[in-house]
Design a protein around this ligand. Structure first.
Ligand code: SF4
Length: 333
């Protein structure tokens, strides 16, 4: 007991020191980093079974090759990074439950004490899939429903069935509750023009035991690259940018890896138009490779005209890094 407490305290201070080191690297404009990223985003697959209106993939605008991450590559990434990163997501684009080895992937993370998360459209969240996810000890799961009514949901999440997905989610929560413990569960609605009026109703519907958070996901313009998506921003959602653009902390804090091992700045480069290397030779080698260093330099000097994902992006402003925190996934942080 005393040992466990001592280990937790040691871990806590090690993390704070690591945050501080990252913050110093960022603030002093280092481009070749001696620090590990704190989060890893791994795209298990970019294949999806829906056609959602707020998603470049759903709109048929994701033109890079479709595929599934090779399990051997996945384990190499985790072996290298698990001791150093705080957590990993197992999705970027695509529906992670389509990956034939997604449960093994979650389990592999758990066995390496790496907190894992997935965000799923829950269409494939059968009772058996739920059991396997819970058995694999996932750290957190985002169950995306995106509507309080059938009409809105099916307008946004095209090809999905509201009643079926709602039932899948309720059953998952029930199974978690029956076990008495389990992952942190977020039931999620995105705040866009078609859903904005249903947010309060959604919160009331899903404030139930077993749901740790009803997540109102902020609208993401995906770097303002697709007009069809930009038009979905709800009327009361105004972008407020700081007076001066600062280098995007993503490039110092979070590593994004697509299913074929390509490294990108973040998910807003959905077509990998600005590839930054490949992690097949090692994640840290690519994280400090010449293309990554060059992009950090471009951010430091504000020369972003030839970087399609970053040039019109406003989501960099979600980041407000401090010496001991590094969230940048939503405007609230
Ligand atoms: S500026 Fe935008 S697109 Fe570029 S890395 Fe940051 S969040 Fe991603």
């Amino acid at each position: 007991m005393v040992m466990t407490k001592a280990r937790h305290v040691a871990q806590h201070y090690a993390r704070r020191l690591s945050h501080l080191a990252k913050w110093v690297s960022y603030r002093t404009g280092m481009t070749n980093l001696h620090t590990y990223p704190d989060r890893m985003y791994i795209e298990s697959t970019n294949v999806c079974n829906l056609q959602c209106v707020m998603c470049p993939n759903g709109l048929g605008q994701l033109n890079r090759r479709k595929g599934f991450m090779d399990y051997g590559l996945f384990t190499e990434i985790v072996d290298e990074m698990a001791p150093h990163v705080q957590m990993t997501t197992l999705h970027i684009w695509g529906e992670p439950l389509l990956h034939p080895r997604i449960f093994d992937m979650i389990s592999y993370c758990s066995s390496h004490k790496l907190h894992s998360e997935i965000s799923t459209n829950a269409t494939l969240l059968t009772e058996e899939a739920s059991r396997q996810i819970l058995d694999a000890r996932i750290g957190a799961i985002y169950l995306c429903l995106d509507g309080a009514t059938r009409e809105t949901y099916e307008q946004v999440r095209r090809r999905a069935d509201f009643d079926q997905v709602s039932a899948n989610i309720r059953r998952f929560i029930e199974m978690k509750n029956m076990r008495g413990s389990g992952p942190r569960v977020s039931v999620q609605i995105i705040n866009i023009r078609p859903t904005a009026a249903e947010v309060d109703q959604f919160k009331a519907q899903w404030t139930v035991p077993g749901v740790d958070r009803v997540n109102i996901k902020a609208f993401d313009s995906w770097g303002g690259q697709l007009q069809e998506i930009s038009a979905l921003r709800s009327v009361d959602d105004r972008v407020q940018l700081p007076a001066k653009r600062y280098p995007c902390p993503n490039l110092w804090y979070h590593v994004h890896i697509y299913w074929d091992g390509s490294l990108v700045c973040c998910d807003r480069d959905f077509d990998a138009l600005n590839p930054l290397g490949n992690v097949r030779g090692g994640v840290m080698k690519a994280w400090n490779g010449p293309l990554m260093i060059e992009l950090r330099r471009k951010h430091l000097s504000g020369r972003l005209d030839d970087v399609p994902s970053c040039s019109k992006c406003v989501e960099w402003s979600w980041w407000k890094p401090t010496p001991f925190a590094s969230h940048g996934n939503s405007p609230q942080h």
